[in-house]
Design a protein around this ligand. Sequence first.
Ligand SMILES: C[S@@+](CC[C@H](N)C(=O)[O-])C[C@H]1O[C@@H](n2cnc3c(N)ncnc32)[C@H](O)[C@@H]1O
Length: 276
Amino acid sequence: MEPLPNEDAFKFGSRLLQEMLAVKPPSFEARLAQKAQAAHGQPLRVLSICSGTAQVEAALLRSVITPVHLTLADINADLLARALSYMPAHVSTMSLVQDLNGMKLSQPYDIVICVSGIHHLVELEHIWRTLHDHTKRDGELWLIGEQVGPKGNCLAEPEYRVANELFCALPDHLRRNSVTGEVDQSLSNKDLSETTFEGIRSDEIETSLSRFFLPIEVYKRNCFLWRFIDLIYYQNYNLSDPDDKQLLKLLVQAEYAHHISGGWATELHGVYRPIY
Ligand SMILES: C[S@@+](CC[C@H](N)C(=O)[O-])C[C@H]1O[C@@H](n2cnc3c(N)ncnc32)[C@H](O)[C@@H]1O
């Protein structure tokens, strides 16, 4: 497999990994189309939480021509204003500026979406209970790109050991840290939740969720690959250079080998239904 024009190391690495794994992520577009069909022209009620600028939601909703009532909830009013400005015409929108740790909802939804947001929240039990009580019985919760690794978005010891060994063997130019400008001698494994809400209870997301929702379809990947191609390092890779490209492919293979031997995958894409 070769990089697509303008594909960066993050996108190329993620695509290679997805290709290798036999289980594929849920098709949220197809599920949305099914829900739209089942609604027989009635508006679909969709809630997005921690929606930020809601680009994934906008792209998804552009894929169906069905009336949608979309509620976007986030603590940041400026991000919500941007999101509302580019929603497609068949989508009527309202925004809820809320600290979702104290989530309050007032209507039932057909679909609740969260893209990479739950790992910022701490009151998981309250959030799942509130979402459960405001998801229709035949409704669904979609978690897209959620961080479910160890607390603080760290790597657990077995993942860190393998990842750091690989990292230390990389040439200097692939270990250049875009924040400090320095060449890192080892992979950082700081607990980000010590100073921010990043990954504050990421390791408890699935267990707390399982008391309120059952999985319909779950896909997980990324034990450690993301650490090599995240915002800190992805720009170091020149994908027209055969050596950089080959090293990235080796990292993807190492990730795959580790994952299928029981590694802790940290990225989750899942479809759930409320327990009744
Ligand atoms: C990683 S961003 C994801 C944003 C968007 N879903 C996306 O994928 O681009 C996390 C979002 O959660 C929001 N957020 C963080 N803590 C929150 C809280 N306590 N209540 C509501 N929103 C919060 C942030 O404002 C931000 O928009």
